[in-house]
Design a protein around this ligand. Structure first.
Ligand code: SF4
Length: 275
């Protein structure tokens, strides 16, 4: 089947990686340049992560803020991130004002602030750099794909198979189908993430002394939550954000969304460049 996926710019409830450009390529160029600059300035990707700390627990974060050097470095990083990345999060403030306290309690991801989005954008890139070798060497590598990327114009034929739900390739205009083909080319097993427990899979594999690697695609708030869980279990995770947040959690219904396929392939290639 010939794949004809269309990648037109989309607006999200709080963010969009297009920011007026025809593709989200400019976002990735910016985020790479920022990660390069901060890595040089602070010595390593790990050092930058230890300053920004969005992927760590709040207790540790509090300790960090008592140290004035970290406070200063954080101020410097945030100033730069705000200047470069605000164009991608223009809808966030209005959305936060529209939320009720009940919404905020119901789902903490909804109240992600603009500053947090900017830190998550940077940290996903840094974690990808840190994890790529371990991910490549993992005994089993799976990808968890969001069901909101399926072709919404037809009935999806995907079905449960093994760890979770698997695409059956019924549509040529479906990002999941295109991702499926691409991930298999790089020997990563693709699943539409519905109910599979990666914690259970990780624990089962650990008993056999095997390492699980996870490649995640999700909206920024969801990606942060998933990659944070992976860090907790020491699972090498790589992540790519959806171009915008447009699923029912954010918009009340599902709207067509996209992911930058070139960047997905670049990341899979970067992972292989280690060898
Ligand atoms: S191509 Fe796969 S994910 Fe897309 S609609 Fe068909 S079965 Fe579902």
């Amino acid at each position: 089947m010939t794949l004809l996926i269309t990648n037109t710019p989309v607006e999200g409830r709080t963010y969009s990686l297009f920011a007026g450009h025809p593709t989200s390529g400019e976002y990735y160029r910016k985020i790479r340049a920022l990660a390069d600059d901060f890595t040089v300035r602070f010595g390593s990707a790990e050092n930058v992560l230890s300053i920004t700390g969005e992927f760590r627990n709040s207790g540790k974060k509090l300790w960090k803020f008592i140290r004035s050097a970290d406070r200063e470095n954080m101020g410097l990083i945030m100033k730069r991130l705000t200047g470069e990345l605000s164009v991608f999060t223009v809808n966030t403030e209005n959305y936060l004002h529209s939320l009720s306290w009940l919404d905020k309690i119901r789902d903490g991801r909804l109240s992600t602030t603009e500053d947090q989005y900017h830190r998550i954008m940077l940290e996903v890139e840094l974690v990808n750099r840190i994890n790529k070798t371990r991910f490549q060497r993992a005994d089993r590598r799976i990808a968890l794909l969001p069901h909101c990327l399926r072709d919404l114009s037809r009935e999806c034929r995907s079905a449960k198979e093994g760890f979770d739900v698997v695409c059956k390739g019924c549509s040529g205009n479906c990002f999941i189908h295109a991702l499926n083909d691409l991930l298999l080319k790089y020997r990563v097993e693709p699943f539409i993430w519905m109910e599979g427990s990666f914690r259970k899979l990780y624990l089962d594999m650990k008993k056999e002394n095997q390492v699980l690697g996870i490649f995640g695609i999700a909206c920024l708030a969801e990606l942060k939550s998933g990659m944070e869980k992976c860090l907790k279990y020491d699972i090498p995770a790589l992540g790519i954000p959806l171009d915008a947040n447009r699923c029912a959690r954010w918009m009340g219904d599902f709207y067509p969304n996209s992911v930058n396929m070139e960047e997905v392939e670049k990341l899979l290639k970067r992972m292989n460049d280690n060898f």
